[in-house]
Design a protein around this ligand. Sequence first.
Ligand code: C5P
Length: 226
Amino acid sequence: MSASQAAGALAGKRVLVSAGPTFEDIDPVRFVGNRSSGKMGFALAAAARALGAEVVLVAGPVHLPTPEGVERIDVRSAAQMREAVLGALPADVYVGAAAVADFTPRSVSGHKLKKTAGSDTLVLELVRTPDILAEVASHPRRPALVVGFAAETHDVERYARGKLAAKQLDLIAANLVGAAEGGFERDDNALDVYWNGGARTLGPAAKTEVAAQLMALVAERLDGST
Ligand code: C5P
């Protein structure tokens, strides 16, 4: 066991984790969302706490209990998540485990959209959301270690390494979504983690176990960067 795997490997460190989906409102009763359960991000927050870190968890709309000893900030939309994450800086580590919506309706209707007689279609105009992870990675208060996630359906390493470089990350944890090993709405998962000059496979195992392994790796890489 390396020093950073020991209990207390993140003692004195502030770890900020984002988790879950974001919901982008269309009108008072409808939204655009995704299938993220938040389990991986919540497990990461618990794992960071278990290693002694002070942990802030920014959570999208999920039905999960707050891990013990973790400060939780609930949000709904990508814009709210961005505000909460940036507001929680500075931190030593940021783990962007949330499945942030890439697009949000250009405007939110104040009233429930009605079916219009004679029209079988509804055109919804969507605009890009801010990339929270990239913004944290280029922020003046950039954490020493910025960790992203990549959910890919194919060419995992190529896309993950592309994101590592494009978003200026220190680590990227990639999983194959739709694969038997794990992904959304599951209790187990397998991650391929990449950094400049290295790679490690974690799992397949329970998300709690994979999360513990990933936070141990974070502590190890943080040791190396400071
Ligand atoms: O580029 P892509 O969305 O696949 O990258 C996924 C990573 O970027 C995740 O870590 C996710 O939390 C983060 N992300 C973000 N803000 C967005 C979109 C993705 O922080 N608007």
